[in-house]
Design a protein. Structure first.
Length: 401
């Protein structure tokens, strides 16, 4: 079965084509992967495409329209140096990462008109994502006709969190309004948990795990018996850990103060907390940890502070997940930072030495698809795992269809 997976961001759209069969459940590289990027030239989208056989191409198209961009990208599947199929009709199904599924969508679903309405109605809760997820779905309808499409929700894995973890201690009627903790990055947390169980040769039901998804967005999940029992993101992906340009949790009175004393509007607060905070806001350098780390190593005090706060909040978050779990069998790092930053993994682990959680300093230096980076004596396994959200979405399509 050939499955195309789409993952939409506010100014990007990632696509991957997988060949899947029921027998092989190990993650396989995509036959083809392509990305649209609108961030470089105004009015222009950059296309970059790569195949499993190492063929690649880069082009740019004058358009701001997502359907037009996707049309140009899908043409590279059937024409030119990166062609891997003869006709788009060979695609059996399309899976979409959808950020917010609200309370009603607790697992992946085949997309119909009602699902599209639900994704649209949840846009106020995920304004940067749900509208572009829907645009991707509608673009595929236009470009591929009535190929089956599946929505895989970032919130679904956390949908069964205990009430005490999911409820904000505000007025009771917040619950009636759907104001509760949903959690995000669910596909990644679930994939990593299942992969760790497989790699340890253990039953996931027997493991207590903390998965740390540290990318541009950062979140932790506490996983027991294969289920998320707590997570750091909440009503929106702004809650919890400090991130690239997002603040994570801050005292809500800061927002009241800024509104009253400095006349901030909701849109300005949104911009401030989502785009101008976190590593970028504190360091004044970048939302990218690599740039912040480089400035820190040259003695930049704001970069040092940004890094220190990032680590402090990560440790504090792991500590709170630990309390929700009541014990720990494995600590798992994933996402761009989790997979590629040995110093962050080391700093996070140092705080938990009292659990006899011991990082192997040498193993920690390597970046593989997956690696156990704990010492043999460590009471807790420590893993760095390359997350494969798109592959997990393709698996869900295969299962549903
Ligand atoms: P997204 O959350 O957008 O999917 P990624 O998971 O790719 O992003 O993570 C992106 C972040 O990963 C970058 O902003 C950067 O901070 C971090 N990162 C990537 N490679 C490294 C590295 N070698 N060292 C430290 N941080 C890295």
């Amino acid at each position: 079965m050939k499955i195309l997976v789409l993952n939409a961001g506010s100014s990007s759209h990632k696509c991957r084509l997988y060949e899947l069969n029921q027998q092989n459940r190990d993650p396989a590289p995509p036959l083809w992967q392509g990305q649209l990027d609108w961030t470089h030239q105004p009015g222009q989208v950059e296309l970059s495409v790569e195949t499993a056989e190492g063929k690649s191409q880069q082009t740019a198209v004058e358009t701001t329209d997502r359907t037009e961009g996707l049309k140009a990208l899908l043409e590279t599947l059937i024409e030119g140096p990166t062609a891997v199929i003869e006709a788009l009709g060979e695609i059996d199904a399309v899976g979409h990462r959808v950020v917010h599924g609200g309370e009603d969508y607790q697992q992946s679903v085949v997309i119909d008109a009602a699902v599209k309405d639900a994704i649209a109605s949840l846009a106020p809760l995920a304004p940067a994502h749900n509208p572009v997820n829907l645009q991707g779905i509608e673009a595929i309808e236009k470009l591929l006709g009535n190929v089956p499409q599946v929505a895989v929700f970032d919130t679904a894995f956390h949908a069964q969190m205990p009430e005490a973890a999911a409820t904000y201690p505000g007025p009771y009627d917040w619950l009636d309004q759907g104001i509760r903790r949903y959690g995000f990055h669910g596909t990644s947390h679930q994939y990593c948990a299942e992969r760790v169980a497989q790699l340890q040769g253990a039953d996931l039901a027997d493991l207590r795990l903390i998965t740390c998804h540290l990318g541009n967005g950062c979140s932790l999940a506490a996983i027991r018996q294969g289920r998320s029992v707590d997570t750091t993101m909440g009503f929106t992906p702004l809650d919890g850990l400090m991130m690239g340009s997002r603040s994570g949790a801050v005292d809500p009175s800061i927002l009241i103060y800024l509104q009253r004393q400095q006349g901030y509007t909701p849109d300005q607060l949104d911009q401030l907390l989502n785009k101008e905070s976190g590593l970028k806001g504190l360091s004044g350098i970048s939302n990218d940890l690599r740039a912040v780390s480089e400035a820190k190593s040259k003695g930049n005090p704001r970069a040092q502070l940004a890094y220190d706060v990032f680590i402090h909040r990560l440790r504090r978050g792991i500590g709170s997940m630990l309390a929700s779990l009541g014990g720990l069998d494995a600590l798992v790092f994933t996402g761009g930072i989790g997979e590629h930053s040995p110093p962050v993994r080391q700093a996070a682990c140092e705080a938990f030495g009292f659990l006899n959680l011991q990082l192997d300093a040498q193993a920690n230096q390597h970046t593989d698809e997956y690696r156990d980076i704990a010492t043999a004596e460590s009471a807790v396994r420590i893993w760095a795992i390359h997350t494969q959200e798109e592959w997990a979405i393709a698996q869900d399509c295969l299962r549903l269809l």
